[in-house]
Write a protein that binds this ligand. Structure first.
Ligand code: NAD
Length: 467
């Protein structure tokens, strides 16, 4: 056979292959949303083959339109999120979407390593995994979907989501927005896909599918465990219970304001938010005073008992947090125990022993226990105990550099914020980029484009070095 004939046959084979895979993509009700998980994966696979042929410049064009559309739709997504999940605050969710749009890294996060010398030129470049499977939470639903997708497509991947069933409308609205953003600038559909009805069964299909080489879990312990036992490479962004320590050298007035701002952001839903305070005895009264000046209601011990009855379900022996109170306003929670407060009350505080269920469990509500410690060493010990080895987030207010260093080393978390509200770690009032998937369990920390790529060494022997 002549060379030209062979080439023509190869081209025909390629075209047929493409047509075949296109025709397998089923009709979607809405952009990127499929009835069947298998279809969602197939569609994302087809798009990934297109995406990897595109220039980095074109990926950036898509990402830039995602940023624009996220800003335009931040109010809508925030309102949808609060309405559907019944959790959080619209104003704060708007800010979270703006943060994702403006501070999630794109293709600039990809770097190249190089060695050049007598034996030639060697590059290490970061390439896509392919189609990534991602599970997202109810607490930051559309924020996580958009943030994950920007990083994943910047790395040349596409993504299939199995969102939290309790946040499916808003998560799928975000998936639709992502695909519209791509198509508006001439990009492909299905850069991100999802299903109409996510279940444990659809998650199982995703976790064990041959076309999914990487799984990313953002959520509580069960989903992280499921992903890490799937036999695939997994990125686990799990639960936290971040303590904040205040020592006697801190600016107590500022510490109080920062802690209340961090702990009440989106009604304490972010996994990085201050969940309990450990203050050295010498300054605890002053801290409590300034916290009350900043919109906190100090509950009596009797009221704490009533709160426990309201917020915890003890019917199964072990007390469990009642989901219907997660992410609710402090005023509403207080009303639940018959306490009416002024409009500006945004957090409930109480003096807590170190083993109270409210400080031991991750409540995700604006209810904050304040624990007294004799000295800094005891404060660190209590904080470590309450972080439960999650290695997620911890915070401190102190001007003593020795204390800052000692606590940072001892607590060993992915995030450690000093003298600021916890959200400074997301780039909100702090330096650095934003991520809503903090891989505490598997050690990647705040995920970004490079987290979703694999390293490839490309060697050219004995040439192209001009030294
Ligand atoms: P969740 O654990 O209830 O749900 C998270 C996701 O996992 C959902 O999509 C859910 O459907 C799925 N899921 C749960 N169990 C599963 C299983 N066995 N198999 C497959 N999928 C499963 O969490 P949530 O209430 O939506 O979110 C709050 C939790 O997530 C908190 O613990 C919080 O700390 C954590 N979180 C962590 C991060 C992080 O970046 N580390 C970010 C957000 C939330």
């Amino acid at each position: 056979m002549a060379v030209a004939d062979r080439e023509i046959q190869e081209i025909v084979k390629e075209v047929l292959k493409k047509l075949q895979s296109t025709s397998e993509i089923p009709i979607q009700k809405e952009l990127g949303i499929f009835e069947d998980m298998e279809d969602a994966i197939r569609a994302a696979k087809y798009t990934q083959e297109q995406l990897r042929e595109m220039s980095l410049e074109f990926r950036e064009k898509i990402i830039s339109n995602i940023r624009k559309k996220t800003l335009e739709n931040s109010q809508l997504l925030a309102e949808m999120g609060v309405q559907e999940t019944g959790m959080g605050r619209v104003g704060h969710k708007v800010l979270k979407h703006q943060l994702v749009a403006e501070k999630t890294p794109g293709t600039e996060d990809l770097t190249t390593g190089v060695w050049s010398g007598d034996r030639g030129l060697t590059l290490v470049e970061q390439g896509p995994f392919g189609v990534i499977g991602a599970v997202t939470p109810s607490t930051n639903p559309s924020e996580t979907v958009i943030c994950n997708t920007i990083g994943m497509i910047a790395g040349g991947n596409t993504v299939v989501f199995n969102p939290h069933p309790g946040a499916i409308q808003v998560s799928n609205q975000a998936v639709k927005l992502l695909n519209e953003a791509s198509m508006e600038v001439g990009g492909p559909a299905n850069i991100a896909t999802s299903v109409t009805k996510p279940t444990l069964k659809t998650a199982d299909v995703l976790f064990h599918h041959i076309d999914i080489p990487l799984l990313v879990a953002t959520g509580g312990p069960a989903v992280v465990q499921a992903v890490l036992s799937s036999g695939k490479r997994g990125i686990g962004a799990g639960a936290g219970n971040p303590p904040v320590v205040v020592d006697e050298t801190a600016d107590i007035k500022k510490a109080a304001e920062d802690i209340v701002n961090g702990a009440t952001f989106d009604n304490n839903l972010p996994c990085i938010a201050e969940k309990e305070v450990i203050a050295v005895n010498k300054i605890t009264d002053e801290l409590l005073y300034y916290m009350q000046e900043n919109g906190c209601y100090k509950a009596s011990w009797q009221e704490v008992g009533k709160l426990a009855n309201l917020l915890l379900d003890t019917s199964k022996g072990h007390p469990m947090v009642r989901r219907e109170w997660v992410g609710k306003d402090a005023k509403l929670i207080l009303r639940g125990i018959g306490v009416e407060v002024e409009e500006d009350i945004r957090c409930i505080i109480f003096e807590s022993p170190r083993d109270h269920i409210f400080v031991v469990e991750e409540l995700m509500m604006p209810v904050l226990g304040i624990i007294r410690a004799e000295d800094f060493q005891e404060a660190m010990d209590i904080a470590k105990e309450l972080e439960h080895g999650n290695r997620h987030s911890a915070h401190i207010h102190s001007k003593n550099v020795d204390n800052l260093t000692r606590f940072g080393k001892a607590i060993d978390t992915a995030i450690f914020v000093k003298n600021a509200p916890s959200y400074a770690a997301l780039g909100f009032g702090g330096e650095g980029y934003c991520s809503f998937t903090i891989a505490s369990k598997t050690g990647e920390g705040l995920t970004s484009t490079k987290t979703f790529t694999k390293s490839r060494r490309c060697v050219l022997s004995d040439n192209l070095s001009i030294r």
